[in-house]
Design a protein around this ligand. Structure first.
Ligand code: BGC
Length: 245
């Protein structure tokens, strides 16, 4: 059984069909730049084009980089503010003509890692943190996700954590891996003090370069890199959309 997974990010919107029994993409992913400004109508058109590219007619799982509660977007840290209060799920159902489930991007990545990746088989509390343009979080207890945790917006040293510690800040400030890892350590130790997870999974685009910084991270909990890197959103969105079948 295949479900189309679509991952909406600040810079790109990408999709691919996913075999949900294996947790694997079955075709090369297709990517279109995120329209700027990223207003609802423009983004919905691109989501429609991705479905069209695959001549898709079945269910779709789609991520969004903000709070998504029952299909409605309730924040806009890295997208146009016109999204706040918009029912993205309804909008994308119309632009694709398919049944569709919309969920937070980090929650989707967490689902992929939990079911088929670095968190597989892990009992207890698992925290997946994605480092990209922002910081996303997915919190699981015994395999059950608490959606929309938004831990990238915890305050650290008087600032939103993602304004100090996202991968975007590492690049903008040209921080060395060591300097950036110090920030990540401070952040995940704070998370550990609040949630006492058994495992941290470090995801997001930067997890491709995990050998440069994950060995420098230390908490009581085990810290491991994600396994799906950039594909976690696509795969997790498709897995989450199984509820539509
Ligand atoms: C948003 C989250 C999102 C994360 C990663 C944050 O700025 O508030 O909803 O999961 O970025 O994209």
């Amino acid at each position: 059984m295949e479900i189309l997974g679509i991952d909406i990010g600040g810079s790109g919107i990408k999709g691919a069909p996913v075999d949900i029994k294996k947790g694997e993409m079955t075709a090369e992913r297709f990517r279109i730049d995120t329209p700027q400004p990223s207003k609802p109508k423009a983004v919905a058109e691109v989501v429609g084009l991705i479905a069209e590219h695959f001549e898709w007619q079945g269910p779709i799982g789609c991520t969004f980089p903000a709070i998504v509660q029952h299909g409605v977007v309730w924040s806009a840290a890295n997208v146009d503010r016109e999204w706040i209060g918009t029912n993205g799920e309804e909008l994308f159902k119309k632009s694709t003509g398919c049944p569709l489930l919309l969920l937070n991007d980090a929650d989707a990545a967490g689902i992929a890692e939990f079911e088929f990746g670095a968190g597989r088989g892990q009992d207890g509390v698992v925290l997946i943190i994605t480092f990209g343009t922002g910081i996303g979080s997915a919190l699981f207890n015994r395999g059950v996700l608490v959606p929309n945790t938004e831990l990238g917006h915890l305050e650290i040293r008087g600032k939103d954590a993602e304004e100090r510690t996202s991968d975007r800040i590492r690049q903008e400030k040209d921080l060395s891996w060591e300097k950036w890892a110090e920030r990540v350590n401070e952040y995940i130790n704070y998370l550990e003090a609040l949630f006492s997870p058994d495992l941290f999974v470090i995801g997001g685009g930067v997890s491709k370069k995990h050998d440069k910084f994950v060995p420098l991270l230390h908490t009581r909990a085990r810290v491991v890199p994600a396994q799906f890197f950039n594909d976690a959103g696509i795969i997790g969105a498709a897995l989450a959309a199984q509820v539509l079948i």
